[in-house]
Design a protein around this ligand. Structure first.
Ligand code: HEM
Length: 515
């Protein structure tokens, strides 16, 4: 308090000090600017004070807090800090007091036992700018979120993973995918674009009722810049924008690219959403867009409805990117690890061949007869940490956890990476070992501290779909091909950082296996 009092006194005395050397009007302007700047500094320093009863954490720098510490591998940094300050500690992200949850016990305690308290999303300037806190994924916890989540879950059931016929559609997409791979005739390829197109088509079937061909340049471009935004949203510039939203007016900085991409994606989605609504028959939905338009019409007289054309576009975008970026990265990691560990790949081939006799295509029922394949896919999700820090949460009311007080509206980061590398639950977590998901008889076993899809009210709503896709794409691919790196190619295992962790671009040869 004494420090603040001193600063305030200095602010008000400053104009009189400056009068001595400057002309009257220039002096007035200068003193105003300086006063404003100092007031901003004071405001920022006050915002940076840790609330009473808040968890401890590393000392923040004035103004920018701990933002710089998040520049490389923030999930690893946070796990290390938890070894010093405990499973629940705090960071200052430039005036945004943030609580970080680490390890299985702390995350389960908050997200599961106090599910409702930790179900909100933070009102960050970036989220406000992107989706006005509407849509689904970034939506505040309340009526808007409930309505959108319910509609999405029902649409997934009705048009997607709840239908047996949908499995057939995924299998058809798997065939398009392996045919496209086959065209390469074992020559090196970067599988990123093919996997992205194939995976996004599964979500497209639910949202638009149709798939897009692999040479649809417009759709591909949209996915590319959207996925660039997933990367940019975790960049230092994004954190700076959240702390100092006025940097929006700077003519440079990666946040400008983020805004530009978002505007382009919005325009594209608006266009195709209108296109796919053509021929709609009321109350007879063919896909998510039709179902959403029905909701808009039904709630036309309800002033507080969250169903709006704008939220339709936001939710369509969120479903596409949440469904594509994650599952694509999981499959790309899986392919990379198969080529890296030929002995594991050999066991995968054995598992597949023993069940899929005479080249029969896989079905979901085959999964329980392929425990090793299941174990490999689980280990990929554990080891590769596709969404290492989850999606930022916030407290929807004041919370009390492990003796700490966390005020309503506080931003909360769930370090899912720290769950998958939690030494209390995993032996040698730094080793890629599918066996940890098998018992001594080779049967698949579930592990408790396994949360790639997070936990609680906001847990991933596409989990079932993602699991279906991963199993069918992976087994269809490995049934037909042997994956290996081109001669002399040394892949990097360092992930590319963003909201998701993806492998750096790599080349792989998919060589046809003998029938
Ligand atoms: C391997 C694949 C996937 C992984 C690892 C994954 C992981 C996650 C994680 C960690 C969250 C954050 C939950 C939280 O706030 O704590 C999430 C949320 C979400 N995911 Fe997924 N996801 C995957 C696939 C999908 C798919 C296929 C879809 C749909 C097409 C999807 C749609 C969503 C949505 C809409 C949310 C936000 C839920 C809400 O806020 O209520 N995800 N996902």
């Amino acid at each position: 308090m004494q420090k603040c009092y001193f600063i305030m006194i200095s602010i008000f005395r400053l104009p009189s000090l400056l009068t001595v050397s400057c002309g009257q009007s220039v002096l007035g302007l200068c003193s105003l600017v300086v006063t404003l700047l100092l007031l901003l500094v004071v405001r920022q320093l006050l915002k940076q004070r840790r609330p009473r009863g808040f968890p401890p954490g590393p000392t923040p720098f004035p103004m920018i807090g701990n933002i710089l510490s998040l520049a490389s591998e923030p999930h690893v940094f946070m796990k290390k800090q938890s070894e010093i300050y405990g499973q629940i500690f705090s960071l200052d992200l430039g005036g945004i007091s943030t609580v970080v949850l680490n390890g299985y016990d702390a995350i389960k305690e908050c997200l599961s036992h106090q599910g409702e308290v930790f179900a909100d999303r933070p009102s960050l300037p970036l989220f406000q700018k992107m989706t006005k806190m509407g849509g689904l994924l970034n939506s505040k916890y309340g009526r808007g979120w409930i309505e959108h989540r319910k509609l999405a879950v029902n649409s997934f059931r009705y048009f997607g993973s709840g239908q047996k016929t949908f499995e057939k559609k995924i299998s058809e997409e798997c065939m398009f995918f392996v045919d496209a791979i086959d065209k390469q005739k074992g020559r090196p390829l970067n599988p990123k674009h093919l996997v992205t197109n194939a995976v996004s088509n599964i979500t497209n079937l639910i949202i638009f009722g149709e798939r897009f061909t692999y040479d649809d340049r417009d759709f591909q471009h949209m996915i590319e810049i959207f996925s660039e935004n997933v990367e940019l949203a975790a960049s230092g510039w994004a954190f700076l924008y959240n702390a100092f939203p006025w940097i929006e007016y700077l003519p440079f900085g990666k946040h400008q690219k983020l805004f530009q991409n978002a505007a382009e994606v919005y325009t594209f989605l608006l266009g195709i959403t209108e296109r796919f609504a053509h021929g709609r028959v009321r109350q007879s939905p063919r896909h998510y867009i039709d179902a959403y338009l029905d909701e808009i019409e039904q709630s036309a007289n309800d002033k507080s409805t969250s169903y709006t054309k704008e939220n339709l576009i936001y939710s369509v975008g969120e479903l596409i990117i949440a469904g594509t970026e994650t599952t694509t990265n999981a499959l790309r990691w899986a392919m990379l690890y198969m080529a890296l560990y030929p002995s594991i790949q050999e066991r995968v081939h054995k598992d597949i061949d023993s069940v899929l006799l005479n080249g029969r295509t896989p079905t979901l029922d085959d999964k329980q007869r392929m425990p090793f394949v299941d174990a490999v896919l689980h280990e990929v999700l554990r080891f590769c940490n596709i969404v290492p820090l989850g999606i930022f949460r916030a407290t929807s009311q004041d919370a009390l956890v492990s003796g700490y007080t966390i005020p309503k509206g506080t931003m909360v980061i769930t370090n899912l990476y720290s769950v998958h590398f939690d030494e209390k639950y995993w032996g040698d977590p730094g080793i890629f070992s599918p066996e940890r998901f098998l018992d001594s008889n080779g049967n698949f076993i579930r592990r408790e501290a396994f949360l790639p899809f997070s936990l609680g009210r906001r847990q991933c709503l596409g989990e079932q779909l993602a699991r279906m896709e991963m199993f069918l794409f992976f087994t269809t691919l490995l049934q037909r091909f042997h994956l290996q790196f081109p001669q002399g190619f040394v892949p990097s295992l360092t992930p590319k950082l963003g909201m998701t962790l993806q492998p750096l671009p790599y080349s792989i040869c998919a060589v046809r296996r003998q029938p």
